[in-house]
Design a protein around this ligand. Structure first.
Ligand code: MYA
Length: 194
């Protein structure tokens, strides 16, 4: 036993999240963190191309149009793809805290099937922070931002440093990312020094 607590509820002593003073303004589009990201990158033809916008406090909204390439059952979105959309939306919350964080735990509820062609309206918010642990939830609705809930998730993200990627990523992609001025600009936005 490692003694690691993976509960999705914040522990005693957790603090409310603090929006960074340099966070994108409410309504501002949050750019992709990496062109080749399956969730938000423009360079992935069958990716989700999710575009998140900053909300109030430590929250974001995003939209994801389900395409044929995202099917599981005929005409319906694959559950793993929907989990990715939730994960990506949750991941973009790091821009508001200005920390880099990776998913530690993600629990998803599938409430309604999501047909191909649907626009999934996503929102996510951080509820608490405890040390490096960030507690957040996300919801995906169909028919509009106030429509019925189709999917939802609770997550714990863990803050990491840029070394997490340098040490674990495949060298070819890491070298290319660090040689790309746009990517370095993204890393700087998270106040890290590659
Ligand atoms: C150049 C590029 C720049 C831009 C990049 C932007 C990227 C954004 C990408 C976004 C893309 C979208 C998102 C994606 O797809 S992110 C991709 C999917 N996620 C991953 O690949 C993460 C893989 N896991 C790890 O690397 C490690 O296990 C991590 C880093 C998570 C922790 O290992 P580390 O050795 O560092 O930490 P620790 O063991 O000392 O634990 C520290 C604390 O955390 C707590 N804990 C740990 N695990 C869990 C858990 N599962 N549930 C709940 N809590 C957990 C733990 O109890 C402890 O708490 P406490 O005891 O202190 O209270």
């Amino acid at each position: 036993m490692s003694g690691r607590t993976t509960a999705l509820a914040p522990p005693d002593g957790a603090e409310p999240p603090v929006r960074h003073p340099d966070a994108p303004a409410p309504g501002e589009v949050i750019g992709s963190h990496y062109e080749h990201c399956f969730g938000c990158g423009g360079g992935v033809p069958h990716g989700l191309h999710l575009e998140a916008r900053a909300g109030e406090g430590v929250s974001v909204t995003a939209e994801f149009r389900v395409k044929e390439a995202h099917q599981g059952a005929p005409g319906l979105a694959h559950g793993g793809v929907l989990a990715t959309a939730l994960d990506e939306t949750l991941g973009s919350l790091g821009w508001l805290l200005r920390v880099i964080a990776v998913t530690g735990r993600l629990e998803t509820d599938y409430v309604q099937p999501v047909p191909v062609g649907t626009v999934l309206h996503l929102d996510a918010a951080v509820h608490a922070v405890h040390g490096r642990k960030i507690y957040a939830t996300a919801t995906g609705r169909i028919g509009g931002p106030e429509g019925p809930v189709a999917v939802r998730a609770s997550a714990v993200f863990i803050e990491v440093k840029i070394d997490h990627f340098i040490e674990n990523g495949r060298p070819a992609e890491i070298q290319a990312a660090l040689a790309d001025p746009d990517q370095v600009k993204v890393a700087r936005a998270f106040e890290v020094n590659p």
